[in-house]
Write a protein that binds this ligand. Structure first.
Ligand SMILES: [Zn+2]
Length: 199
C-alpha cells in the first residue's frame, strides 16, 4: 500500500498479520480506526497493551491470569480432587460457562501435532504429571477436542497417568467429532461433562 501514509500502511500491515484477516479486511479495519473517536481507537490500543503487560499464565494450571494463581485455582470452593485437562484457555472458558464442573483445570497450551512439529515437550505435560503425582486427584477428565490430534494427545496423557491411582474419563461425545469445544454451545458442553465416560 505504497499510496497510504506511512502510519496507515504500518497499521494495515500489522492488522493483516492477525489470523483470519486478509489484506482487504486489514484496510477496512484501519480506516474504521481512523473514523471512530480517538478515545475508542486508543481504547483498543490500551487493551492490547494491558493484556500483554498484565496477563500471564497461572503457575498451577496455565490458565490466563493477572496474578500468580488464576481465579479458579485461587477459589477455595473448587473441588481439588477433580482435574479437567483442556487444550487452550478458551476451552476452559467454554467449559466454565456451562457451570457444571466445579473442579480445577490443567491447560496444555496446545495439542500434540506431529505434522506441525508440536511434540509433548512443547506442552505443559511435565507439570501436569507432577501435579497428578503430588495432588489428591480421584478423577482426571480428558477434555481435549474431539479431533485426531486432540484424541492422540488424550491417549498419550492417559498412558502417562495410568501409573497413578486416578480414574481417567473423557467427555461424552455429545460434541460432534471434529467440532471444537470453543464453538460448542453451553448445553452441549453441559451434556458432554455430565455424561463423561471412563477412558
Ligand atoms: Zn490456575
Amino acid at each position: 500500500m505504497s499510496n497510504h501514509a506511512g502510519a496507515v500502511s504500518e497499521l494495515v500491515e500489522q492488522l493483516g498479520r492477525l489470523p483470519g484477516i486478509g489484506r482487504k479486511s486489514a484496510e477496512r479495519l484501519a480506516f474504521h480506526l481512523l473514523r471512530v473517536s480517538e478515545h475508542e481507537a486508543l481504547g483498543l490500543a490500551d487493551a492490547i497493551r494491558r493484556v500483554r503487560k498484565d496477563v500471564r499464565y497461572c503457575s498451577a494450571c496455565f490458565n490466563l491470569s493477572e496474578s500468580e494463581l488464576c481465579t479458579i485455582c485461587a477459589d477455595p470452593s473448587r473441588d481439588r480432587t477433580r482435574l479437567c485437562i483442556v487444550e487452550q484457555p478458551r476451552d476452559l472458558m467454554s467449559l466454565e460457562q456451562s457451570s457444571v464442573f466445579r473442579g480445577v483445570y490443567h491447560v496444555l497450551l496446545g495439542r500434540i501435532a506431529p505434522l506441525d512439529g508440536i511434540g509433548p515437550d512443547q506442552l505443559t505435560i511435565d507439570p501436569l504429571v507432577e501435579r497428578v503425582r503430588k495432588g489428591k486427584f480421584v478423577e482426571v477428565i480428558m477434555a481435549t477436542n474431539p479431533t485426531v490430534e486432540g484424541d492422540g494427545t488424550s491417549l498419550y496423557i492417559s498412558n502417562l497417568l495410568s501409573e497413578y491411582p486416578v480414574e481417567i474419563t473423557r467427555l461424552a461425545r455429545g460434541i460432534t467429532a471434529g467440532s471444537v469445544l470453543e464453538y460448542a454451545n453451553r448445553e452441549m458442553i453441559a451434556d458432554a461433562l455430565t455424561g463423561r465416560q471412563k477412558l
